[in-house]
Design a protein around this ligand. Structure first.
Ligand code: HEC
Ligand code: HEC
Ligand code: HEC
Ligand code: HEC
Ligand code: HEC
Length: 382
């Protein structure tokens, strides 16, 4: 049984090494815990929760008259029957407005009861913070993880994270290049207003964002682990396991392929999929003029291709259609104009009236419905 001995010895050596490693690991962590966070940070929580109003930073970025933080509940809506859409969109034919209204819905607004409940839960968190919550407890606050995060409201997250809406980008790069002298390609789109703002502000607070989208913290943040930063090591599930589509990807705070890619992908293949002769910046020159300000609508207008679209709770589908008739980059913006990727999102392919029965090859694997968690009730098609 020499081989067995050999195996046993190997294993005990490995085991001993493992124990030593574990001991060192535990020790390092104990020391880290004992040292604790920098006192300034530990005490900083209360200041973070109730930021001192700093005139230089705490006003909303230009372009909005809504002070940062008086948030989200105030989102303007145009999908209720009382809104005078014709007055709000004087350049659009009122008949067209009526037909768009019948075919597209904005995301439903929260009820007063829902808002009151969210505010009450936020007040309860605030009370816990005021009673004295240390940095580590706040950092591992259960709201950060499944299942609590699934139903968290913006109000609750903002009790501790108001700072993300107050941040301002640098006015100059570390090397001294001033922001005024630079211009990103996506700032050339006619939807873009004001100087560069913070990432969160631009998605949650700008007038344009509130008009076309209805994003919540938990649309992007579905839980993450501040220590391992891996979806396979989160506090609330067995080590090594993660769903097929993880809530976030390694070292990131979100899953970019399920969030950013939706609105920052490349334009879906203009040649193969849309039958255009060339990429959009070239094609549009022949398609757009003063009459037809948005060339996408030549094929995606009322009777075009893929007219059942955007019926999800994180978009304002009706406002998108209205804005698209006023701004030429509305559609292109989310479908190629501010792309961070070489690829585009494989969108679901909802059936539309006059759709060809035959499924093109590129669409063979496509779902025909939006993700269930975001689906809104279907709109009857005439
Ligand atoms: C009780 C206070 C509190 C609440 C409520 C709270 N957080 Fe946090 N969160 C913290 C603290 C403290 C940290 C650590 C911040 C740091 O180190 O700068 C943190 C860190 C984070 C981070 C960065 C994690 C990392 O990997 O570094 C994200 C993202 C985040 N929170 C999102 C949220 C979201 C989304 C919500 C609501 C679902 C939420 N938080 C609710 C206190 C809170
Ligand atoms: C459009 C997607 C998206 C939405 C919506 C969103 N976040 Fe984030 N958030 C991100 C990404 C991506 C990062 C990572 C940024 C980075 O690494 O600098 C981040 C970072 C953070 C951080 C870490 C601190 C920092 O500045 O890096 C906190 C805290 C946070 N988000 C809280 C929130 C809260 C609270 C809300 C809702 C009011 C929210 N986020 C809404 C995508 C989003
Ligand atoms: C539902 C659509 C949507 C999603 C999801 C989304 N964005 Fe955006 N993003 C937008 C829109 C709309 C704008 C604003 C464009 C404008 O104002 O012209 C924008 C603007 C930006 C800007 C410009 C900020 C500025 O002020 O200059 C950055 C950077 C950005 N997004 C990154 C991201 C990242 C990273 C993610 C994923 C974590 C993400 N976005 C997810 C729609 C989205
Ligand atoms: C010449 C007509 C034409 C023009 C112009 C056009 N498209 Fe398309 N588009 C199509 C066709 C055809 C399809 C595929 C229909 C199908 O599913 O069979 C399509 C599909 C799409 C899809 C879904 C792609 C996918 O992978 O599921 C998006 C998004 C889209 N178009 C956006 C746009 C935007 C934004 C513009 C303007 C920048 C635009 N289109 C201009 C004809 C056009
Ligand atoms: C704020 C970002 C945004 C804007 C603006 C926008 N889209 Fe989209 N679009 C999306 C997202 C996100 C989806 C995927 C929704 C889903 O999963 O059902 C999508 C899906 C689509 C699809 C796939 C439809 C299907 O079969 O489900 C088409 C086609 C499309 N968009 C065309 C357009 C056109 C045309 C416009 C302008 C009228 C436009 N988009 C404006 C974000 C946007």
């Amino acid at each position: 049984m020499k081989w067995l001995n050999w195996v046993l010895v190997r294993f005990s050596v490995l085991g001993a090494l493992g124990t030593v490693a574990l001991a060192i690991f535990v020790l390092v962590n104990l020391v880290a815990v004992a040292m604790g966070p920098e006192p300034a940070v530990a005490n900083g929580l209360a200041t973070q929760a109730v930021p001192e109003p700093d005139p230089a930073t705490s006003t909303a970025a230009p372009g909005s008259d809504d002070p940062a933080g008086v948030l989200l509940a105030a989102t303007e809506t145009t999908n209720d029957a009382t809104a005078d859409l014709a007055a709000m969109h004087p350049t659009i034919d009122p008949e067209l407005i009526a037909s768009l209204e019948a075919a597209f819905n904005n995301a439903p607004q929260r009820s007063d009861a829902d808002i009151a409940e969210a505010q009450a839960r936020a007040a309860a968190i605030q009370a816990e913070v005021d009673a004295g919550m240390d940095y580590q407890r706040a950092r591992y606050y259960p709201l950060h993880f499944a299942p609590a995060i699934e139903t968290a409201s913006n109000e609750e997250c903002l009790v501790c994270h108001q700072e993300i809406l107050d941040h301002q980008p640098r006015s100059a790069s570390p090397a001294g290049v001033s922001t005024d002298s630079t211009f990103a390609w996506y700032q050339t789109l006619d939807t873009y207003e004001g100087p560069q703002a913070s990432f969160h502000w631009r998605h949650l607070e700008s007038d344009y964002a509130k008009n076309v989208m209805n994003l919540e913290c938990v649309f992007c943040h579905k839980g993450n682990d501040p220590r391992e930063e891996s979806p396979y090591m989160v506090p609330t599930r067995a080590a090594g396991s993660a769903p097929d589509v993880p809530e976030f990807t390694n070292r990131k705070m979100v899953n970019p392929s399920e969030t950013c890619l939706l609105c920052h992908g490349a334009m879906p293949d203009p040649i193969e999929i849309m039958g255009l002769g060339a990429p959009w910046p070239e094609t549009r020159l022949d398609m757009e003029d003063e009459e037809t300000i948005n060339g996408c609508l030549v094929c995606h207008g009322e009777y075009g291709f893929r007219t059942s679209r955007h019926n999800v709770s994180y978009l304002n589908a009706l406002n998108i259609e209205l804005t698209a008739r006023e701004k030429s980059d509305t559609c292109y913006g989310c479908h190629g104009g501010r792309q961070w990727y070489q690829i585009s999102y494989p969108y679901p392919r909802h059936p539309w009236p006059d759709m060809d029965e035959e499924v093109p090859e590129w669409a063979a694997d496509r779902p025909t419905q939006s993700k269930p968690e975001y689906q809104l009730p279907p709109i009857p098609v005439e």
